[in-house]
Design a protein around this ligand. Structure first.
Ligand code: NI
Length: 226
């Protein structure tokens, strides 16, 4: 499932992030890429332990925690500390699949990357190119979102970022280990949750909504890995 979550960060938070990122020292993005991805990756990143990475990462994590849509779609067990990248002057990232297992540099804790996430920090009119292109069984999806908006997509999918030919594209990226490993199972739960919420809104106190809520939780109980 590919899902976009609007306004994860407010306009003020985006501005605050961009001021800090504009002043930071960027390094070659190849440092966090696996062997195959290194050969196709041309961008800049902030180092994982950098003060700006940590501070802004905390801001992103706090924003995720207050997003019911993120919680419902991702059913997160662990979120990898958000990182930041910058594409400019033809920078791009060729087709690859994200590394399956990653270790948190500060805690050593490993996470399985079930979901990949990109939080756009540059407005679409600030740059040319820089589309995130994700392949799934339904075809290729091109994603370019307003600043502050987030896209979640299966980490199992092939994806790439097209060259940025004008301006700069700055984004935060991270991964989620979900309580529900399978994208198909997670999609079912998300659809069920969405339908229940709609039913409860349309007819408050509807006993069918109560019963379906029970089904949702019993499926989650059956499938969740922790
Ligand atoms: Ni990737």
């Amino acid at each position: 499932m590919l899902i976009t979550i609007p306004d994860v960060l407010s306009a003020t938070e985006v501005k605050q992030a961009k001021v800090a990122l504009d002043a930071a020292e960027w390094v070659d993005g190849k440092v966090t890429a696996g062997y195959q991805a290194q050969s196709v990756k041309e961008n800049l990143q902030l180092p994982e332990g950098h003060l700006v990475t940590v501070k802004l990462g905390e801001m992103v994590l706090a924003a995720l925690a207050r997003s019911p849509l993120f919680m419902s779609a991702a059913l997160p067990l662990r979120v990898f500390p958000p990182m930041f990248n910058r594409y400019t002057g033809g920078g791009h990232f060729g087709t690859h699949v994200d590394t399956a297992i990653r270790a948190n540099a500060s805690t050593g804790q490993r996470i399985r990357t079930d979901i990949s996430a990109t939080l756009f920090l540059s407005a679409p009119e600030e740059y040319e190119g820089g589309d995130l292109s994700v392949e799934d069984t339904y075809g290729v999806h091109s994603v370019k979102l307003p600043a502050g908006h987030l896209v979640l997509y299966p980490a199992t999918s092939l994806h790439h970022v097209t060259p940025v030919t004008r301006g700069a594209r700055v984004a935060s990226f991270f991964w989620v280990q979900s309580m529900i490993r399978s994208d198909a199972d997670r999609t079912l739960l998300y659809d069920l949750d969405t339908a229940i919420q709609r039913l409860a809104l349309e007819t408050p106190g509807n006993p069918t909504a109560v019963q379906l809520t029970g089904v949702y939780h019993n499926l989650l109980r059956r499938w969740a890995e922790m």
